[in-house]
Ligand binder design. Structure first.
Ligand SMILES: NC(=O)c1ccc[n+]([C@@H]2O[C@H](COP(=O)([O-])OP(=O)(O)OC[C@H]3O[C@@H](n4cnc5c(N)ncnc54)[C@H](OP(=O)(O)O)[C@@H]3O)[C@@H](O)[C@H]2O)c1
Length: 220
């Protein structure tokens, strides 16, 4: 499976503020680029921290892209995927509010009744791992379900874990022209951080979009 991480940061590397509420970092042209990336993906993934903070819908914005997907025999929207060890996704979360397929990657530690409720609200449950989602095992399962291209939109905890597990093939970072600051504000890669053997990136392209810059890397 090909895994692309795409996120927007402030010039100082923050994904949002210390309040962990969504901050608009990019502009119209970059939103359109992100929508195109989603349309090219079989599934779009976030961590449950992002679901709780932003309540994203993760469906395509542009009607023409939905039509193109449908006409080429694919689902109108890519599937949605959430890393959610204990099934904390709210039952009224927007990612569960329509017909697009939603996989919740959970663990053995998730309460069974909670999983039944989430299933009743349309979630497809994938159990991988004991305490925290075993991303590698979960991705094997997604691949078996036909997910060949996965786009990961954040947040910082999930992105760090993906680099730690060496599961990332490409990274796109849109760096917007504002400072957010805050030692507790989420950054592109949080988790425990690396102290050595830092994952190395190879810079593929630099492009000005709106009032910021898009950096595209492959992971070596
Ligand atoms: N600027 C952008 O492009 C962008 C994009 C997305 C999000 N954001 C921002 O990022 C913030 C949320 O980021 P976040 O770092 O708090 O949350 P996150 O990365 O979205 O989710 C982290 C949570 O995922 C669950 N998880 C399950 N298995 C995991 C694993 N193997 N590795 C890591 N996490 C795992 C954990 O909760 P459990 O243990 O309960 O499962 C963990 O706390 C929000 O402020 C949001 O606005 C910004």
């Amino acid at each position: 499976m090909h895994v692309v991480v795409n996120a927007a940061t402030s010039a100082d590397g923050k994904l949002s503020s210390r309040r962990r509420e969504q901050v608009v970092i990019s502009g119209e042209d970059d939103f359109d680029r992100v929508d195109r990336l989603r349309a090219e993906s079989d599934a779009v993934m976030v961590g449950v921290g992002t679901v709780l903070a932003d309540d994203p819908h993760l469906v395509l914005d542009a009607g023409r892209r939905r039509t193109e997907r449908r006409e080429s025999g694919r689902s109108e929207n890519p599937a949605r995927v959430v890393a959610d060890s204990r099934g904390r996704t709210p039952l009224d979360a927007r990612i569960l509010d329509d017909d697009a397929l939603t996989y919740l990657l959970v663990t053995e530690a998730a309460p069974k009744e909670r999983l039944d409720d989430l299933r009743a609200h349309g979630a497809t449950i994938v159990v991988a791992g004991d305490d925290r989602v075993d991303l590698s095992a979960a991705f094997d399962r997604l691949e078996a379900e036909g997910v060949d291209r996965l786009m990961v939109e954040g947040g910082g905890e999930l992105i760090f874990s993906l680099f730690e597990a060496a599961l990332v093939d490409e990274l796109s970072v849109y760096v917007g022209s504002k400072i957010i600051g805050g030692r507790d504000a989420p950054t592109l890669a949080d988790g425990d951080g690396f102290v050595d053997e830092f994952p190395a990136l190879s810079l593929e392209s630099v492009e000005r979009i709106d009032d910021g810059v898009l950096l595209r890397y492959s992971v070596t």
